[in-house]
Design a protein around this ligand. Sequence first.
Ligand SMILES: [Zn+2]
Length: 432
Amino acid sequence: MKKLKQLILVPAMVCWFACSTLANAQTMPKDADPQLWSRALKIHRSAIIVDGHNDIPTPLVDEDFNLARNTIGQFHLDGDPFHTDLARLKASGVTGEFFSIYVSGDTLKTGGAMHRAMDMIDARNREVEKHAKLLSACNSSADIRQAKQQHKVCALMGIEGGYAIENSLHALRNFYRLGIRYMTLTHNVSHDWADAHADVPKNNGLSSFGKDVVKEMNRLGMLVDISHVSEKVMQDVLDISSAPIIASHSGARGVNDHTRNVPDAVLKRLAKNGGVVMINFFPAFLDARTNQEMQQRKEKLKPELNALQAKLKDSPNAYPQAERQILAQHPIYIASYTRIVDHIDYIKKIAGIDHVGLGSDYDGIPMLPAGMQGMEDLALVTFEMLRRGYTEAEIKKVLGENFLGAFAQAEKVANVRHRSISGDGSLSKLPK
Ligand SMILES: [Zn+2]
């Protein structure tokens, strides 16, 4: 038994030190020109990469997930559903990863939204404390640039589901003080002050309190995130936001007409606002055919999956694995990772190269595009952009510089506003 453990641990440790080489070697596409691939890796490794959305905090809290365990190479062997762990974070080349403080819309019925957000923030903080050699708790665009110099990964935080503030601007300010640097105004359900993409509108966009929330976020330097909101909310936010906004994990509706994606009219306005749409990697958001086949399969397997859910009701953690096994018996078309770059191309055409970034939604989505297994395969996106003729400067903008520019501008707007409020030019009035 002990020997077996050693056999597993030794390759894992070797990978820990050399995993970027290992992972990148694993992900080189079969038909790739090796010279182009090696150029792509060089660009990828030298870039500051920011990923707008990662849901690993949910299993960290709910399943006591161990971020330190090395799952590289074992993804399909042991049925591990996760895209993120420390080795993969390192192998991905990401400098700034937004840990999603995701609060389910169910809390609108059950209560406890703010409590849940607190649990998630603590989970991020504990991971940073446990793995201080690799992770750091970052709060600013300057922190992300510094982390690149220090070969560290910034574990940033964004709240997903604006009801986490429980209708309190006091809570919003405290969330900022705890390190929250963006807030997705809704998840999939409309709530007291903002309407969601997949729900009936309650406020015709943003309510008057919702507008106050956006203004206070601008004043604090917390980015407003329009992923998941209705198109009317997107437009309302653009009417009032004095800082650049983001869509932390969405695509372009012009490529796949899905309500989770951003329509052209918003893309054009977002370009003037200085904002960034960070592309979600979920194949059903990327591609209409995948979405359609996924919906059809869901409908077809509904009775079987409902029965499974009832059978496993006392062990909810067993359900996802069992569900995956059933889904695997009914394969559908899964769009390739190159579809991510179709969305980048499109946003470049409509809004300009300065307004697109990456927001993978790792561990918040049930599958990645064909060709990707986890975070370690991120360099494929860089390779595909290079293959399509993007310049190094353009690639670096998409990988992180566009987000950093928008974030820095939001910080600047916040400082100016604090100065105008305090009246003495002092930045000491900034919430810390
Ligand atoms: Zn989401």
